[in-house]
Design a protein. Structure first.
Length: 322
């Protein structure tokens, strides 16, 4: 038996970094996905291959050791930790593919984690609910990253447009009857999410009177943005994105490359643009209701670019019987 599961990437529209401190956030699932296929390994090993990253290796399930000659094997930690949640330790082959920029602030680790948990649990004939998948996936990110909000794993599990309430008390699906076409610009340089979260925390501890009001303002922006999205107020959405970007810059997570993309997008047409994700490299998102092709053309001249839209589908599972 083979099982294939997939989960969408995500882009945070409003609230990154502040969400770590219990503030609300809004994110959208993107129609770009991670795919995880699992099937029996007769040698009783956990063998993982990620062709797109030229990563392959074995996982010692008993002691948690990752055995691989690949220099970039950080993603294997997410896969190993995910497998531990739902697997009995028998032999397993795991193949991961994706059409998401890895480490670009688009929730690639969350999408791979969600898809791995879904695929391996189904392989073991466990029918997990989406609530359970999201819970396990968040636990994996906490274990690997040491600090993580439930936003990324929730969006990858459920899909759609998600509003995470203050204090993560409730996750609300925002029902809209229109598309949100966005352009994602991303650099070849990747930010270290864990380090960036720690750096922001250090600033907060050192200058609480300065940083806490920034988080409070991001919270107000997110609340305003929720109403703007529900009311399809395109101009307000764009203006709030631009303000949110300035506050992320103030937190120190911006870079020249990200800033160049943000302002290139704005100069190419009427749009709101900001960092999406942790920053320090990675991605920006530009919401361009009109003239989206002009934005794409302008960004292509300086960095990598992809066009995306909301994915209404969250995690999906299919079983193939050999």
């Amino acid at each position: 038996m083979q099982v294939i599961a997939s989960a969408p990437a995500k882009a945070i529209l409003f609230g990154e970094h502040a969400v770590v401190y219990g503030k609300p956030a809004i994110a959208m699932a993107l129609n770009k996905r991670a795919y995880v296929k699992v099937w029996e390994n007769v040698e009783n090993k956990i063998h993982v291959i990620i062709p797109g990253l030229d990563i392959k290796g074995y996982i010692d399930f008993k002691n948690g050791e990752i055995i691989s000659d690949s220099p970039k094997k950080g993603i294997l930690k997410y896969i190993l930790t995910s497998i531990k949640k739902v697997h009995d330790g028998s032999g397993l082959n795991v193949c991961v593919n994706f059409d998401i920029p890895i480490g670009g602030g688009l929730g690639s680790s969350a999408a791979i984690t969600v898809a791995t948990i879904a695929a391996v649990s189904k392989y073991n004939r466990k029918d997990l609910s989406k609530v359970e998948i999201a819970k396990y996936a968040h636990e994996v990110e906490l274990e690997v990253q040491k600090s993580a909000s439930p936003l990324d794993t929730t969006v990858s599990t459920y899909g759609g447009l998600i509003y995470l309430e203050k204090g993560a008390q409730e996750i609300i699906q925002l029902e809209i009857d229109y598309d949100i076409p966005v352009v994602i610009g991303y650099t070849d340089t990747r930010g270290d999410t864990g380090k960036l979260i720690v750096d922001v925390r250090k600033k907060k501890d050192k200058y609480p009177g300065v940083i806490d009001p920034i988080f409070d303002t991001i919270e107000k922006i997110t609340e305003e943005a929720r109403e703007a999205i529900l009311g399809n107020d395109k101009k307000k959405i764009m203006e709030l994105m631009n303000i949110n970007h300035g506050l992320l810059d103030a937190l120190g997570v911006n870079t020249k490359e990200l800033s160049d993309m943000v302002y290139t997008a704005r100069n190419a047409g009427t749009c709101g643009s900001k960092i999406t994700g942790a920053g320090g490299g990675g991605s920006i998102i530009a919401y361009c209701p009109d003239g989206i092709e002009e934005i794409i053309s302008a960004l292509k001249d300086i960095e990598n670019v992809l066009k995306a839209d909301v994915s209404k589908d969250g995690v999906k599972i299919s079983v193939l019987r050999g």
